[in-house]
Design a protein around this ligand. Structure first.
Ligand SMILES: O=C1C[C@@](O)(C(=O)O)C[C@@H](O)[C@@H]1O
Length: 254
């Protein structure tokens, strides 16, 4: 499987990469967070634009993206509007969602965008086509904040993301019992060993699922979300601690 290269980072190669979400409401908060990124062990920064107070004014979004880009230097930037139904802050219709992603991709200030699988196949495919023309990579994602679907269902969703043209398929699920964490890990392993043509990102959320955010190198998850300041989902470990554990597990495997 080939790694996905974004700037100087190869996602899908070696130690799982660390992604830190920025969840500020005002541009000042967002930029203050972005400016701290150069001092911490982060490989990718995710701008969770659904938190931004001016998210529905595209010019303001693009202007903020430009300033975030400037603050990050060479750190890759992932642009994510997480919709309310998948655990985000705001609702948005599929057309407006697609248009926002396309416009921001066109701006050249972001390196990757997140597109939710359940936006609808046609919109997802069309959006990806346009985004790819701008040289921007695509994560197709799905989140279940209530439960963990069965192993086959998780694998089917990841396969579907791959078929739709994702550079990186991603799924985040909520465990209600310990077995659910094993289900997520086993689905990841099976997808990775048997079907994956692309690097994957998977996680089981909350305290019970934390182990899944640490052991990606063993089971096949190429990137993990860590917190610096405010977390964007339950179970995110602080980046420094995350880095230590990922390095430890990597060294022990060698
Ligand atoms: O999709 C994800 C994963 C995530 O939900 C997590 O569980 O770490 C955090 C979100 O910010 C990100 O967009």
């Amino acid at each position: 499987m080939e790694a996905v290269k974004v700037r100087n980072i190869n996602i899908g190669e070696g130690v799982p990469k660390i992604c830190v979400p920025v969840v500020g409401v005002t541009k000042e908060e967002i930029l203050a967070a972005a400016k701290t990124m150069k001092d911490i062990p982060v490989d990718v920064v995710e701008w969770r634009v659904d938190w931004f107070e001016h998210v529905f004014e595209t010019e303001k979004v693009i202007e903020a993206a430009r300033e975030i880009r400037e603050a990050l230097g060479e750190i890759p930037l992932l642009f994510t509007f997480r919709t309310k139904k998948e655990g985000g802050e705001k609702e948005i219709g599929p057309e407006a969602y697609s248009e926002l992603i396309q416009k921001v991709s066109e701006s050249g200030f972001v390196d990757m965008v997140d597109i939710e699988l359940f936006t609808g196949d046609v919109i997802v495919k069309n959006t990806i086509q346009v985004v790819h023309e701008y040289g921007v990579k695509v994560i197709i994602s799905n989140h279940d904040f209530d439960k963990t679907p069965g192993k086959e269902e998780i694998i089917n969703r990841l396969k579907k993301m791959q078929e739709l043209g994702a550079d990186i398929p991603k799924i985040a699920v909520m465990p209600n019992e310990k077995k659910d964490v094993l289900t997520l890990l086993d689905a990841t392993r099976e997808m990775y060993e048997n079907y994956a043509e692309k690097p994957l990102i998977t996680m089981s959320m909350a305290g019970m699922g934390v182990v899944s955010r640490l052991c990606g190198e063993e089971f096949g998850s190429a990137l993990t979300f860590g917190a610096a300041g405010k977390a964007s989902a339950p179970g995110q470990v602080s980046v420094e601690k995350l880095k230590n554990v990922l390095t430890l597990l990597h060294e022990c495997r060698a």
